[in-house]
Design a protein around this ligand. Structure first.
Ligand code: 11C
Length: 344
């Protein structure tokens, strides 16, 4: 059984990673179609050892396509996902456009796989924000053991979360600091090279940013609406890999050693926690990896049943492309999708 898969936003950071991951994991494809805006039509992207020519999204007919994985931003998704879904093609959307819609499941397969069956309402499944995806992968097994009451998280998010332009800006500014008089600021609100910026996405009325709000809303939707969470999201001059310093208050007692053991066995998690020089994960180490890495697990004696830890993952993979492909795999595993075209 194999499926016709379309990738929308195939020329972007996440779109290219989606193509890599489909190939790496041997996803059962009968055909892969790379789509983007008309501006990118004809651009070449790689799928394994094949080269795909990008086609224009607005000229493509989805009626014989089984799965569409979208990574083209919220506005494109708002316009196109419902139309594609109505053509009987299941949309897995990486944008925030439908994440908070109660008729659209928001899925991290290690966390809430059973919620996926709801997708039939709109034929759309949402992929979470990268900073939430890695957080809930690590929180879920701990919540099952000791019930989380409250989470305080500070993120250290790489520039690739802001797309190729974000990566280009870090590169260009870093070089300009050494070789040019002028350092231009375009994508971010202040210089990112040799700096950190406590601002991701737009400001909301209460002083939090939308990125911070997303972490709250998405954790509640996927893991447990009773969990209280507060976040400070910060952009750092790192190309790939989001890091998070996390403090968790539980209802029941849990020791650092118990947490370490639980996380060692948990799907999608990898514990790297030696209390010695270099015995922890950094974003650089996480780039290109699938796991959510957990380090620096320790008891917080300033609260009852408290733990602190450091969680890092490749934001383009588990935070985006890998999770989207895992959702497609889950649809197949559960028999929730059949190819429109039967193999000859
Ligand atoms: C960032 N987390 O690092 C964002 C990117 O809602 O899917 C992803 C935004 C989203 O800038």
């Amino acid at each position: 059984m194999s499926f016709k898969v379309a990738i929308v936003g195939a020329t972007g950071n996440v779109g290219r990673e989606m193509l890599n991951i489909l190939e790496e994991r041997g996803f059962p494809v009968s055909e892969v179609v790379a789509l983007a805006s008309r501006r990118s039509q004809g651009t070449e992207v790689s799928f394994g050892d094949r080269t795909l020519k990008v086609k224009a999204l607005d000229q493509y007919d989805f009626s014989d396509t089984d799965i569409c994985i979208m990574s083209a931003g919220g506005n494109v998704s708002k316009e196109w996902s419902p139309k594609i879904g109505k053509q009987g093609c299941v949309v897995i959307d990486n944008s925030s456009a439908f994440r908070y819609d109660q008729d659209v499941p928001l899925i991290v397969p290690e966390v809430n796989p059973d919620a996926i069956s709801l997708f039939t309402r709109k034929n759309i499944i949402a992929n979470p924000n990268c900073s939430t995806a890695q957080l809930v992968v690590a929180l879920k097994p701990l919540h099952d053991f000791a019930t989380i009451k409250r989470v305080v998280v500070a993120t250290y998010q790489s520039v690739s979360g802001a797309g190729k332009e974000g990566m280009d800006e870090l590169f260009t500014q870093t070089r300009a600091v050494f070789v040019a008089d002028q350092v231009d600021v375009k994508k971010f609100t202040k210089r990112i090279a040799f700096n950190v910026i406590p601002h991701i996405d737009v400001f909301l009325d209460d002083g939090f940013t939308k990125e911070e709000w997303k972490m709250v809303a998405e954790t509640k939707k996927m893991l447990d609406p009773k969990i209280k969470l507060t976040a400070t999201c910060v952009r750092v001059p790192v190309f790939i890999g989001h890091s998070e310093a996390v403090n968790i208050e539980f209802e029941k007692p849990i020791t650092a050693e118990e947490a370490r053991e639980i996380l060692r066995e948990a799907p999608g998690c990898q514990v790297l926690d030696k209390r010695e020089d270099g015995g922890y994960i950094t974003p650089l180490d996480s780039a290109g990896e699938d796991a959510t890495f957990i380090s620096r697990i320790r008891e917080d004696s300033t609260i009852d049943n408290g733990l602190s830890m450091w969680i890092v993952s490749d934001n383009l993979r588990k935070g985006a492309a890998l999770n989207a492909v895992q959702i497609a795999e889950l649809l197949i595993e559960r028999g929730l999708i059949q190819p429109k075209k039967k193999a000859a």
